[in-house]
Design a protein around this ligand. Structure first.
Ligand code: MN
Length: 322
């Protein structure tokens, strides 16, 4: 997915000073962002109140939308740098094409994981013949300095490990590890992401890592996470310092638990790029505009997305950079 803001704001994130070492319960509201002509997404990260959770730096939740009479998702070719994208669906399907030659339909419960490394371009679309409902999340993971220039790659994992817990908890491990079960998806920093379904009446505790910070994103229903009832459209930041997470649900619910070791490097995020300086971002923008570095996406019926204008003020990562 692309950030389709016509005037995307630069975001500086990372660094320990934003991280809450003890458990907290910060409820963050989504911002409604148009994606194309017919779709609205709920952007949970970056958020006015918080910019990263571990290396997770971007969260869009969309749907469920009835797209029976609509083209659905139509995101033209656009570039990425310095990050991984995670495509995760509850309903529908997304056809992914990219400049390393991948052509893959991602379906509910399957992980579409794209590592942009130094440069990749991709498009995402609902196939012509598609399911009535489209519902999912698009997440980005920042790459650490030592790995952000790796060669671009695409991974599709149709089989992911599952974890079952007390009283109707069923989790799918999307990235990283949960309760001893590990996703096959490639990661570059210690982090985890899981889709957790709670059957009505569930009242349990999930083991988590005290050195990770966590956040919960409701996908459906109304999960109660550490006593906070979470309707879709909000993100609950939980901080670090927990060994277990109390979970309850009065109705069938599903939420994503995202966590990771606090990301200590300062990064600059603008449009679809993550870099460390204004010049890097500016160069990436120029390379995309001139058709170099990012490669070509074949088969998408439409023109690539033009890069928006850079803001007049230079982008600066604040504080210490590493
Ligand atoms: Mn994208």
């Amino acid at each position: 997915m692309s950030n389709l803001d016509l005037r995307p704001a630069p975001t500086v994130c990372g660094g320990r000073q934003d991280v809450t070492a003890r458990p907290v319960r910060e409820l963050l509201a989504a911002k409604q962002v148009p994606l194309g002509e017919s779709t609205m997404v709920r952007r949970l990260l970056p958020n006015l109140g918080r910019r990263m959770v571990g290396a997770w730096c971007f969260i869009d939740h969309y749907g469920p939308d009835d797209i029976a009479q609509e083209p659905g998702m139509q995101v033209p070719p656009h570039p990425h740098m310095g990050l991984q994208t995670v495509s995760w669906l509850h309903d529908g399907e997304v056809l992914h094409r990219d400049s390393v030659g991948s052509l893959q339909t991602v379906r509910p419960g399957e992980l579409g994981l794209m590592t942009s490394g130094r440069a990749i371009a991709h498009s995402e679309e609902s196939p012509r013949e598609h399911a009535r409902l489209l519902h999912g999340a698009q997440l980005w993971v920042a790459l650490p300095d030592g790995d952000r220039h790796v060669a671009p790659m695409w991974e599709h994992h149709a089989e992911l490990p599952r974890v079952t817990g007390g009283g109707g908890l069923r989790a799918t491990v999307v990235l990283g590890e949960l309760d001893g079960a590990a996703s096959p998806g490639t990661t570059f920093t210690p982090l985890m992401g899981a889709d957790i379904a709670l059957a009505a009446g569930t009242d349990t505790r999930l083991p988590v890592r005290p050195d990770f910070e966590y956040a919960a994103l409701t996908m459906s229903g109304e999960a109660e996470v550490d006593g906070v009832r979470l309707a879709p459209g909000s993100l609950l930041y939980l901080g670090c310092g927990r060994a277990e997470l109390p979970l309850r649900a009065d109705v069938d619910s599903a939420f994503m638990l995202l966590g990771g070791e606090p990301f200590e490097e300062k990064i600059v995020m603008w449009w679809n790029f993550i870099g460390r300086s204004h010049d890097e971002i500016s160069q990436a923008r120029e390379d995309w505009s001139s058709g170099s570095r990012f490669g070509e996406v074949h088969g998408y019926d439409g023109a690539p997305l033009p890069a928006p204008e850079l803001p007049p003020v230079p982008l600066k990562p604040r504080g210490r950079t590493r």
